[in-house]
Design a protein around this ligand. Structure first.
Ligand code: NAD
Length: 378
């Protein structure tokens, strides 16, 4: 049975641990963080074994174990590469790497060694997107034409983030968040849904800018707004906006020939999925004022209540990787999917004012829906 080795025990590690409590059969063999105080605080709170170096963590590894990389984005590449070189499967927080050539090295290494490699977010394995996808497959809106996806999180630099702490006491890492940028941090929450549903993106036309003054926190802030138009190979076009300026808005609208699928929050596994049909009434075109709620037939997956900004089961991706290893089948969160998501995300983030049209170099094979999400309830 694959076990977990955790590196990086900061803010997000608590969200993983709270989620992993839903799967008591998953053993956490050891944890390491380069910050010894934080490591001790985390391991004491969750009663987990700590080790005092990365090498000591890697030395614990048994065949089939998974390295859970929850370090800061700038460390992802080095940490994941060392994990793969030590023959561990690797599940990394997003982004897979900060540069595409680094992400490619990781994917090549995993392929060479026959190891699993995946990156967050895993929320696509959750109920809301699986419901949307079942609806799309059932043709509830006809052919999809256009998507509007918003990841606006309000004017974060003015939020009282100094008071934000994780369950076991890690401060919200403001400096790192501003330096990494909201696009690298958040675009994946909708990309990870849209890519499996609509396939690879052919071209990205994007713009991005750093607008807020955060010089009291860092001199090196990444863009705090990006707007991208994604042209999918399948013909669908999506507009994806990420900002930490505009008022909170996580809406997704999928517009098809006969109606619209709507959701208001991608950070809630159980967010209601609504269908509004479009019809003509006398001289007017009407989107049904009363939406129909789409639901999956039967039970879905383990869920968690709201923790901070999210009601998400962060363990879904790790559980998927564990099951794929055990069942010797492809993992739904494949290296190719992660690579493509990384490429689209970096293109959005790095667009600036003159990004122009960029042709994507990566693709991925179709992804299977979850077995419990075959069909909608009537
Ligand atoms: N903060 C959130 O709400 C949130 C939510 C979802 C995903 N994430 C993602 O989770 C990852 C971690 O973010 P976070 O908020 O937990 O940051 P954090 O700064 O709170 O925690 C990161 C931890 O990793 C440790 N670390 C960094 N490099 C290391 C290395 N080389 N070896 C050992 N330890 C190392 C740091 O000491 C720190 O304790 C990021 O990729 C972020 O995008 C964060």
């Amino acid at each position: 049975m694959p076990r977990l080795l955790i590196i990086g025990t900061g803010y997000v590690a608590d969200l993983y641990l709270r989620s992993l409590k839903l799967y008591p059969e998953i053993e956490i063999a050891g944890c390491y963080d380069r910050n010894p105080e934080r490591l001790s605080q985390f391991c004491t709170y969750w009663s987990l074994p700590a080790v005092d170096s990365f090498e000591a963590l890697l030395n614990l590894a048994k065949p089939d174990d998974i390295l859970l990389n929850l370090t800061n984005p700038s460390a992802h590449y080095d940490v994941s590469r060392k994990g793969l070189e030590a023959e561990l499967h690797v599940y990394s927080e997003k982004p897979l790497a900060m540069e595409m050539d680094q992400a490619q090295v990781l994917a090549d290494l995993a392929a060479e060694r026959g190891l699993r490699l995946a990156s967050a977010p895993c929320s696509f394995l959750g109920e809301a997107p699986q419901t949307i996808w079942a609806g799309l497959r059932a043709g509830v809106i006809g052919k999809t034409r256009l998507i509007y996806a918003e990841m606006d999180d309000d004017f974060i630099s003015q939020a009282p983030y100094q008071k934000w702490f994780s369950e076991s006491g890690a401060p919200w890492p403001a400096k790192d968040e501003f330096e990494v940028g909201c696009t690298l941090e958040h675009a994946g929450y909708y990309l990870a849904w849209l890519l499996p549903m609509f396939g690879p993106v052919r071209t990205v036309v994007a713009a991005s800018a750093a607008l807020a003054d955060v010089t009291d926190v860092t001199a090196g802030a990444a863009p705090d707004i990006s707007v991208g138009t994604l042209f999918f190979e399948s013909g669908v076009v999506a507009r994806l906006t990420c900002s930490i300026l505009a008022r909170h808005n996580h809406e997704l609208r999928i517009i098809g020939d006969t109606g619209v699928i709507e959701i208001d929050e991608c950070w809630n596994n159980a967010a209601p999925v609504r269908l509004r049909r479009r019809f003509s009434l006398r001289r007017r075109l009407v989107n049904a004022p009363l939406a129909r709620r789409l639901k999956i037939k039967g039970p879905t997956h383990e869920k968690l209540g709201r923790k901070g900004a999210a009601a998400m089961n962060f363990a879904l991706g790790v559980v998927e990787m564990r099951d794929a290893i055990r069942e010797e089948r492809p993992c739904r969160l494949s290296p190719d999917l992660s690579l493509h998501m990384n490429e689209v995300t970096l293109t959005l983030q790095n667009a600036g004012e003159h990004g122009g049209a960029v042709t994507m170099q990566t693709r991925f094979d179709p992804v299977a829906p979850m077995p419990w999400a075959e069909s909608l309830a009537r």
